[in-house]
Design a protein around this ligand. Structure first.
Ligand code: FAD
Length: 318
């Protein structure tokens, strides 16, 4: 068993360095993952997250003009990658587990796989709205909200499986959940969002990782708000350095976050993606330094597969 995130945080005497990886696109090799991890190992990552990607539906036109439905998972392999990293680098891993595409039984089986692999950290998420839909649709017999997933995991930690099993082995997962400094897009207001977040914590989630943000004030206000709502677990800021000019529009569209004026005007001056990557790296470095001064438990970086920019930041910050 590897160290749990909550234990790493509790025993650390300085903010932890952590990052997230995406499984490579189907057909690519796991060496892509190692290429992203290798340059970051010297900064002693406390743990590494691996995202989960649900299946996507797309329609292909046939020669008779009818549409043929195809279902594809573009980035499979989360559990295998988590295990491969854990055993290759001896670094704890946090695979993401989502509600979308899973029945409760699928979830139970996935948790058993992780338990048998000696992986005892999970980030419990709902998953995004499936492409082509207006609202999230759970699998029949699956979970609608991340809170229900948290509940299932916590139950397994107590030895309660979906069906009565005598003397069932309890699992021992440390569960993290997502939080949104700028509010989750589907929440009608901040208060509802906070109450839903509190529900996940009350059910047994032990820490929060935030959605990315570019203005630290959102994080500071979010932490204050959490404490006011009696949410007292560690809150890990998530940062995604800008990497290309088109992020100016794509990032707000994808993650529903604001980009501050100052960063917008710096990015508008960029003529190439390399220049934008440099601006994004500088911005995230400054954000990291300020967050560390504030006393965050860890800084978590979204790599999206390439880690040269995260290495630049880590060199200056950790
Ligand atoms: P939930 O906590 O279930 O919240 C979803 C919405 O429902 C919110 O608006 C909430 O306020 C509302 N809500 C919650 N409970 C209730 C209730 N009982 N009644 C009514 N409303 C309720 N997506 C992936 O597909 N794969 C990943 O690997 C992945 N990793 C992520 C990592 C981080 C750190 C973050 C911040 C997000 C990640 N996402 C990932 C995206 C995430 O799945 C989406 O943001 C999704 O829209 C919400 O997930 P959640 O776990 O916050 O959902």
């Amino acid at each position: 068993m590897s160290e749990k995130v909550i234990d790493s945080i509790r025993k650390a005497d300085k903010p932890l360095f952590t990052f997230e990886l995406l499984p490579p696109l189907k057909g690519k090799n796991i060496s892509e993952i190692y290429k992203a991890v290798d340059p970051l190992v010297e900064f002693n990552p406390a743990y590494i997250n691996i995202t989960y990607h649900q299946q996507e539906v797309f329609y292909k036109e046939r020669s008779d003009n009818l549409l043929e439905k195809h279902i594809i998972r573009k980035r499979p392999g989360t559990v295998a990658i988590a295990a491969a990293i854990k055993y290759k680098y001896d670094i704890p891993v946090v695979p993401h587990l989502i509600c979308g595409g899973f029945t409760r039984e699928d979830t139970e089986d996935a948790l058993i796989d992780l338990h048998f692999l000696g992986i005892n950290n999970v980030l419990a998420l709902r998953g995004d709205i499936q492409k082509g839909r207006r609202s999230f649709k759970p699998e029949q017999g699956g979970h609608r909200y991340a809170s229900e997933l948290v509940e299932q995991i916590v139950n397994m930690n107590k030895g309660k499986y979906l069906h009565e099993i005598t003397n069932a082995t309890p699992t021992d997962f440390c569960v993290g959940v997502a939080g949104y400094p700028e509010k989750h897009i589907e929440s009608p207001n901040l208060e509802t969002d906070m109450l839903n977040l509190k529900h996940k914590i009350d059910l047994g989630a032990e820490y929060i990782v935030t959605q990315l943000f570019f203005n630290n004030q959102y994080y500071f206000d979010f932490v204050k708000r959490c404490r006011e709502y009696d949410i007292n677990v560690p809150i890990i800021p998530g940062l995604k350095p800008i990497t290309k000019i088109s992020d100016l529009n794509l990032v707000p569209q994808t993650f529903w976050v604001n980009i501050p004026d100052e960063l917008v005007s710096e990015l508008k001056k960029c003529k190439t993606n390399d220049e934008a990557r440099h601006v994004g790296t500088e911005w995230a470095t400054a954000q990291s330094k300020e967050l560390i001064k504030f006393g965050v438990p860890a800084v978590h970086y979204y790599t999206l597969g390439r880690s040269d920019n995260i290495r630049e930041i880590a060199k200056q910050v950790f």
